[in-house]
Write a protein that binds this ligand. Structure first.
Ligand SMILES: Cc1cc2nc3c(=O)[nH]c(=O)nc-3n(C[C@H](O)[C@H](O)[C@H](O)COP(=O)(O)OP(=O)(O)OC[C@H]3O[C@@H](n4cnc5c(N)ncnc54)[C@H](O)[C@@H]3O)c2cc1C
Length: 400
C-alpha cells in the first residue's frame, strides 16, 4: 500500500494505542475524541503480558515502569473465611515464561503515557472536542463529519467504545445488554491501611452473587478496588457516576475483615458506580474501508481483566496488516479473521466468570476444588498470545 491517512474515531486506550501502532508503521493518523480532553477517569487496570508486549514494542516500557506496580501473583479467596482458594504466579514467573511483565496501572497514568507518545509523534494529529457524528465511504475514500467539518482519509477505525457511532453506521443500532452486574470502583491511599495488610497480589474474593477485586497501583501508593454485585433496577453505565459508601458497605456486610478495612478506607471523593454492559460477539467488524477496534466491536465484562488488552492487541494486528501488501478491504477482512476467535473467547469467558465467581452452595464448593487444581494454568491461553506475530510482524523491542 502507498502512504495512507488513517482516521480514528475515539481517543481512549484503544484509539490512542492504534494511533501509535499505525504511526509507528509510517501512516499519517488523525484521532478525533469527543471529550474536551484526552483522559481516563479514576481506577486501575491490569495489563497482562499479552498486552505489555505491544506497549513495550511501542517503546513505552520506561514510562510505564515508572508509574506501574508489579504484582507477584494472583489469589482467589473465600469471601468470609479469607482462605486461599487458588493462586497463580505473576512477577518473575510471568517474565520468564512469556518474556513480558504484568503491570497494574492507574488508567490516568496509562493514558498520560500514551498521550505523551502520541503528542510527540509527527505522524499523529490529535483533536479533542471532536465528536464523529456521521461516516461515509466510497471505493477510494472514507469521510467523517465532525461538527461543521468533513474530513477525508483512506481508512476509518471506530475506536469509539461500547456505544460506537461507527458501529451503528456500519451495522445499525443495537443496544448493549445490561449484564445484571453493577461495579463499584474506588481507590484506597495505602497509608490509611495497616502495614502489610494487603499482599502484592491481584486478589479476588469470591462470594455469593458478588465478588471483590483489589490490587496495588502507582508503585504501591494506592489500592484499587473493584466490587461487583448482582443488582437489578439500576442500569446507569458511566465512568463518572458517583457511588455512596454506605450502600457499598451494606452490599458487602458480613464479608472478611480485610474487605471491610478496604471499604472503610476508600477515598469517598473517588468512589464510582457503573452498571456493566456487554454484547455477544459480532460476526463482522468491517465494511469496505471502515473497521472497529476495542470496546466498539467486543465490549466485555471485566472478569478476565482483558478489555483494554484486547483493544491494544487489535491495534498491533491492524497496523501490521495495513502495512502488508493487499487492498484495504482485504486487509480489514484478515484483521477480523485473525482477531475474532480470541476476542469472542474472552467475551464468553468473562461472561462465564460472572457465573463462576458468584456461585453458592455445592457449586461453589466444587468450583473451589477445581480452582485449586487449575492454579498456574488458568491464564496461560490469555498470556501466551503474541499480537505482533499474529499478523507476521516481528517484535522490535524486548523488555530491559
Ligand atoms: C470495572 C472495570 C474494570 C476493568 N478492568 C480492566 C483490566 O483490569 N484490564 C483490561 O485490560 N481491561 C479492563 N477493563 C476494560 C477496559 O476498561 C475497556 O475494555 C477499555 O477501556 C476499552 O477501551 P476503548 O478505547 O475500546 O473504549 P473506551 O475506553 O470506551 O474509549 C472510547 C473513546 O471514544 C470516545 N468517543 C465515543 N464516541 C465518540 C465519537 N462519536 N466521536 C469521537 N470520540 C468518541 C470516548 O469519549 C472515549 O474516549 C475494565 C472495565 C471495567 C468497567
Amino acid at each position: 500500500m502507498s502512504e495512507k491517512t488513517i482516521l480514528i474515531a475515539g481517543g481512549g486506550i484503544g484509539g490512542m494505542s492504534a494511533a501509535l501502532t499505525l504511526a509507528g508503521r509510517g501512516f499519517d493518523v488523525r484521532v478525533f475524541e469527543q471529550a474536551e480532553v484526552f483522559g481516563e477517569v479514576g481506577a486501575g487496570l491490569q495489563l497482562a503480558p499479552n498486552c505489555t508486549r505491544v506497549l513495550i514494542d511501542l517503546g513505552l516500557e520506561e514510562p510505564l515502569r515508572s508509574v506501574a506496580f508489579l504484582p507477584d501473583g494472583t489469589q482467589m479467596r473465600h469471601w468470609k473465611r479469607g482462605t486461599v482458594i487458588g493462586e497463580n504466579d505473576l512477577g518473575d514467573a510471568v517474565l520468564e515464561k512469556y518474556g513480558f511483565p504484568y503491570f497494574h496501572i492507574h488508567r490516568a497514568d496509562l493514558m498520560r503515557v500514551l498521550l505523551d507518545a502520541a503528542s510527540e509523534h509527527p505522524g499523529i494529529e490529535l483533536s479533542t472536542h471532536a465528536p464523529v457524528e456521521a461516516v461515509e465511504q466510497d471505493d477510494e475514500r472514507v469521510c467523517v463529519t465532525v461538527g461543521e467539518e468533513r474530513i477525508t482519509g483512506d481508512v476509518l477505525v471506530g475506536a469509539d467504545g461500547i456505544k460506537s457511532v461507527v458501529r451503528e453506521a456500519l451495522f445499525g443500532s443495537e443496544s448493549p445488554a445490561f449484564t445484571g452486574n453493577v461495579a463499584w470502583r474506588g481507590l484506597v491511599p495505602v497509608e490509611r491501611l495497616p502495614a502489610a495488610l494487603i499482599k502484592p497480589k491481584a486478589t479476588v474474593w469470591w462470594g455469593p452473587h458478588k465478588h471483590f477485586v483489589h490490587y496495588y497501583l502507582r508503585r504501591g501508593e494506592l489500592v484499587n478496588c473493584v466490587c461487583v454485585v448482582e443488582k437489578q433496577g439500576w442500569e446507569v453505565e458511566s465512568w463518572s457516576e458517583r457511588g455512596d459508601l454506605a450502600e457499598l458497605k451494606n452490599d458487602f456486610a458480613g464479608w472478611h475483615d480485610e474487605v471491610q478495612s478496604l471499604i472503610d478506607n476508600i477515598d469517598r471523593d473517588a468512589l464510582f458506580k457503573t452498571a456493566l454492559y456487554d454484547r455477544p460477539p459480532m460476526l463482522q467488524w468491517s465494511r469496505g474501508r471502515i473497521t472497529l477496534l476495542g470496546d466498539a466491536c467486543h465490549p466485555t465484562l471485566p472478569f478476565l481483566a482483558q478489555g483494554a488488552a484486547m483493544a491494544i492487541e487489535d491495534a498491533a494486528v491492524l497496523a501490521s496488516l495495513l502495512r502488508q501488501a493487499g487492498t484495504v478491504e482485504a486487509q480489514l477482512k484478515r484483521y477480523e479473521d485473525l482477531r475474532m476467535e480470541r476476542t469472542a473467547a474472552i467475551q464468553n469467558g468473562s461472561r462465564r466468570n460472572a457465573t463462576v465467581f458468584h456461585m453458592t452452595g455445592v457449586k461453589a464448593w466444587a468450583r473451589n476444588r477445581a480452582a485449586k487444581r487449575a492454579s498456574g494454568r488458568r491464564l496461560d491461553w490469555l498470556f501466551r498470545y503474541n499480537a505482533l506475530d499474529a499478523a507476521g510482524a516481528p517484535a522490535q523491542r524486548t523488555p530491559s
